[in-house]
Structure formats: C-alpha cells, structure tokens
Design a protein around this ligand. Structure first.
Ligand SMILES: NC(=O)c1ccc[n+]([C@@H]2O[C@H](COP(=O)([O-])OP(=O)(O)OC[C@H]3O[C@@H](n4cnc5c(N)ncnc54)[C@H](O)[C@@H]3O)[C@@H](O)[C@H]2O)c1
Ligand SMILES: O=C(O)C(=O)C[C@]1(C(=O)O)C=C[C@@H](O)C=C1
Length: 315
C-alpha cells in the first residue's frame, strides 16, 4: 500500500502499527524517529523500523505516509519541525486521543500538496513504550478519522483502507464530535480511575494497608486504568478541556443524585440507576463490542514502560 512509512514516536501505538503493518505487508519500508536514543535502539533491535533517524525531520523525507504517535501536546511542535521536509502528495496523520486541539496545532503547518488526515484508533492498553505493542491491538476496534471536508477524498480513502488492513473498523466524524464522545467514553473514566486510586491510597494510611490488601475486582480494574501513562493523560486533559468539563458537570449532577438517594434511604432510585447501568453493560456485550484487547497485551508479555518522570525525560 505504501512505499515508505515514517513512524514518528514508537511507543505502544507506533510499535503496534509497525507490527500490524508488517503482518499484512502493507509497506515496502518502515522508518522512524524517537525522542530518545534508547527508544530508537530498541525499535531497531525489535525490527519495528528498518532505519532509525535522530530527528523527525530526517525520518519523514521521502515517506508517502507519516504517522505521529506521540503525546497530543507534542503534535504541533513536531508538525512545525517536519513540515518543510514532507514529500509532495504524502499523507500526514496522527493517532492522538484528542482531535480538535491536534487539528488546531498541526493544520497551520501542513504544506500545500500534503494531505493531512487526523486519526485516532480506539484501542490501547495501560502499557507504554516500544516493547508494549502487538499486531492484534487494532483487530475489530474502531479507528476514527477527522479530516476537514475539503481534504483530498482519495487520501482519506487510502488511509481508511490502511486502517482497515491493520484490522480496524473505520468511521469518519468531525474533531469536535470525536472529542465529546471520547470525553465521556474514555477521558472521564480515566480521570475517575486516577482519582479513586489516589483516594484509596490516601485512605490506606488511615486503614493501615487494608485497602490494597483486601482490594477486590472492582478496585483492581480501576488500578489497571490508573497505571496508564501520566504524560499522555496530562496532555489529553489539557487539550480536551471543554468537553471534559461538560462531562464532569453531568457526572457530578448524577453523582449528587446517588448521594442524595443514599442519604435519604431511597432504595428505589438506587435500584433504578443501577439497573439502567447494568442494561447498558449487557447491551455492549450483546453488540459484541467488549473485545479483550488489553489481555492480548499481557499475553504478549508487555510490561509498563517507564514514565517520563521515571526515565528522567522533561516536558
Ligand atoms: N495508550 C493508549 O491506550 C492510546 C490509544 C490510542 C491512542 N493513543 C494516543 O497515541 C499517542 C501515543 O501514545 P502511546 O500510548 O503510544 O504512548 P507511548 O508513551 O507508548 O509512546 C509515545 C512515544 O512518543 C515519544 N514522545 C514523547 N514526547 C515526545 C515529544 N515531545 N517529541 C517527540 N516524541 C515524543 C515517546 O518517546 C514515545 O516513543 C498519544 O497521543 C495517545 O493519546 C494512546
Ligand atoms: O484499554 C485501555 O487501557 C484504554 O484505556 C484504551 C483507550 C480507552 O479509553 O479505551 C485509551 C485511550 C485511547 O485514546 C483509546 C483507547
């Protein structure tokens, strides 16, 4: 499908794209760049890229597909850096979890003749780094593309075909709609997980370690989500502020209703709200949308990559 694919950023998503691209033979050559030499060395050692470059500007030269797989906040500065080096006719895309801010930050740098088609695979795990990726990550999952209406239709179609070949189902929507939907289905759940794990940790000091010792399935599921990369999620919340604030307002209203029901011994309201939620979960399962992607990652022996803080990277 492509002569030369350039991966800028080779963490969980970049490395999974490489695995899935090679699984289907979708590119003659995959090259890449990473921010640190150790990531680049690992990517070369694992065969994720055939050639590694010290800078993104060098990596994109001659590529007919360029994919930014970096934290959302890094997309704008990287677009500015690579813009003069992009090949005419190339497709430029990203995989960021937020779309309106990425379009705002990247689009002004994209040269005429380069087709910018923003994207977001709704598939991931709590792991990060080049060793965390696996070829099946996108199988049966959605990828959302958010091109401007005036974007070259053939370029959009080609990227759609590529994500389909990587295993995804593809849908096209506006960046703003994407950010509202993901605000409630992905961003708010992560905020709640980060918060509940921290609250429990603070409580642990009071209850002398019992919170962790006796933690059951419910809390453990939250700790998996809360193990996600802090840099990635900081950038998500800084860049999808409006939608997340709106969803938080709605969430707080619903939580206040539950709180009032508990205070008032109102069992009917509690039962109704819990039954509604249970029906939604059962509907998701019936629709076959509860796919076990995170377990694939664990089965492949993935381990959490170092956080930027742990590896001493600054932002
Ligand atoms: N993890 C998920 O579940 C998931 C799912 C879908 C989309 N995404 C999105 O994909 C993107 C990448 O996430 P990931 O999970 O692969 O993260 P990751 O931490 O595994 O990899 C990120 C890569 O970007 C590089 N990087 C970080 N800061 C950079 C900078 N300033 N300039 C250049 N390179 C930089 C890192 O060195 C690393 O190679 C993010 O935008 C994220 O929102 C993540
Ligand atoms: O399964 C997980 O670990 C994820 O959090 C994946 C998840 C999600 O919320 O569904 C996280 C962020 C992405 O942008 C897309 C997918």
């Amino acid at each position: 499908m492509f002569e030369r694919v350039a991966l800028i950023g080779i963490g969980l998503i970049g490395s999974s794209i490489s695995h899935a691209t090679r699984r289907k033979g979708l590119a003659k050559e995959i090259v890449g760049s990473a921010r640190t030499k150790s990531t680049l060395d690992t990517a070369l050692k694992l065969g994720l890229i055939g050639k590694g470059y010290a800078s993104a500007a060098e990596a994109v030269q001659g590529a007919d597909l360029v994919i930014l797989s970096v934290p959302v906040g890094a997309c704008g500065p990287l677009a500015a850096e690579i813009a003069p080096h992009l090949k005419a006719g190339a497709i430029l895309t990203d995989v960021g979890s937020v779309k309106a801010a990425v379009v705002r930050d990247m689009a002004p740098h994209v040269p005429k003749g380069v087709h910018f088609v923003p994207g977001h695979p709704i598939a991931g795990t709590e792991q990060s780094g080049p060793e965390a990726g696996f070829a099946e990550l996108f199988d049966g999952r959605w990828t959302i593309l958010t091109p401007e209406p005036q974007t070259d239709a053939a370029a959009v179609e080609k990227l759609k075909d590529y994500w389909t070949a990587l295993g995804s189902k593809v849908e096209i929507m506006s960046p703003q709609h994407h950010d509202m939907v993901l605000g409630i289905t992905s961003h708010l759940p992560h905020l709640i997980a980060f918060n509940i794990v921290n609250t429990a940790e603070h409580l642990e000091r009071v209850t002398d370690k019992e919170v962790i010792k006796f933690s059951a399935g419910g809390f453990r599921d939250f700790t998996r989500i809360a193990a996600s990369d802090p840099t990635m999620w900081r950038d998500v919340f800084l860049n999808n502020k409006e939608a997340v604030m709106e969803m938080l307002r709605r969430f707080s209203d619903d939580l206040a209703e539950l709180k009032r029901a508990i205070e008032a011994d109102d069992g009917d309201t509690l039962f109704r709200r819990f039954a509604d939620a249970r029906a939604i979960r059962r509907g998701i399962i019936a629709a076959g949308q509860d796919t076990p992607a995170p377990d694939f990652g664990r089965a492949h022996g993935a381990s959490p990559g170092p956080t930027d803080e742990e590896s001493g990277k600054s932002k």
